[in-house]
Design a protein around this ligand. Structure first.
Ligand code: NAD
Length: 255
């Protein structure tokens, strides 16, 4: 893809699932990848995978819910691998609980990881992009933020908020050649999904029910997203900003 080689990408939550697949692909595209995760061991494993495939990467332990930690983490990784061209806000978390059974502690955790996290990262990284006159921010949102998902009410709200945040900031920084776009996955086979539905017989039943709702006949795999992320980070996407694209096998179809 055009305009990726030798540029720096930071990917949050790149120690697992969708983030690891994105980081690996950006490494294959010749980008220098900053693998950020709260789990340092998982981040280091992703770096090894990228290096084993001939790519360049370095890891940074970073808790996206803590703004001071984010600022220090971004400064540290940029001092080692260079200034960021593309930021992929991927890290996220949820647990299925009916809203009326949730508690304020739970709301706080879901909002801190899924909304405040991307906000902290974006604030820390986009300052430099504006000064340098260019950059790309890609949010891994969710179709839950577009159509709602029962059992994931607060999470759906954070993803809808992330989509609106990206649009609003896209307007503010467009003249600095900084674009912001969202990718909205549908249900995807990752460790988060295993934790969400369980891995036993009951979990399989929930997965089968999900598949029945997907026109393309399967749930997502981590490999389904990195191509679009690479495109959004590339020069070919220079005229796109403030957009949200669903990648969900046709589960949701937006006009
Ligand atoms: N799996 C799905 O069905 C699905 C569907 C739609 C959207 N998404 C979104 O895709 C993204 C990736 O999800 P996944 O399924 O690959 O999840 P995952 O649980 O496999 O990976 C998430 C990663 O984020 C890291 N992380 C968690 N909290 C963090 C924090 N505070 N700071 C830094 N890193 C942190 C974890 O350590 C982990 O490595 C999330 O934003 C999620 O909301 C997932």
């Amino acid at each position: 893809m055009r305009g990726l080689k030798d540029r720096v990408a930071l990917v949050t939550g790149a120690g697992s699932g969708i983030g690891r697949a994105i980081a690996t692909r950006l490494g294959e595209e010749g980008m220098i990848v900053g693998v950020l995760d709260i789990n340092g061991e998982a981040a280091a494993q992703t770096v090894e995978l990228i290096k084993a495939a001939g790519g360049r990467a370095d890891s940074q332990v970073c808790d996206i819910t803590d703004y001071e930690n984010v600022k220090a983490g971004v400064a540290a990784i940029e001092s080692r691998i260079g200034a960021t061209w593309a930021l992929v806000n991927n890290a996220g978390w949820d647990k299925p609980i009916p809203f009326l059974k949730t508690t304020p502690d739970f709301w706080q955790k879901v909002v801190s990881i899924n909304y405040m996290g991307p906000l902290h990262m974006t604030h820390a990284v986009v300052q430099g992009m504006v000064q340098r006159g260019g950059g790309r921010v890609i949010f891994i949102a969710s179709d839950a933020g577009r159509v709602g998902s029962s059992g994931e009410v607060v999470y759906s709200g954070t993803k809808g908020a992330t989509i609106a945040f990206a649009k609003a900031l896209a307007r503010e920084v467009s003249r600095k050649n900084v674009t912001l776009n969202c990718v909205a996955p549908g249900p995807t086979n990752t460790p988060a999904m295993d934790a969400f539905v369980g891995t036993g017989e009951e979990g399989q039943k929930i997965r089968d029910a999900m598949v029945r709702g997907v026109p393309l006949g399967r749930i997502g795999e981590p490999r389904d997203y990195p191509g679009l992320v690479a495109f959004l980070a590339s020069d070919d996407a220079a005229f796109m900003t403030g957009q949200t694209i669903s990648v969900s096998g046709g589960l949701t179809m937006h006009g």
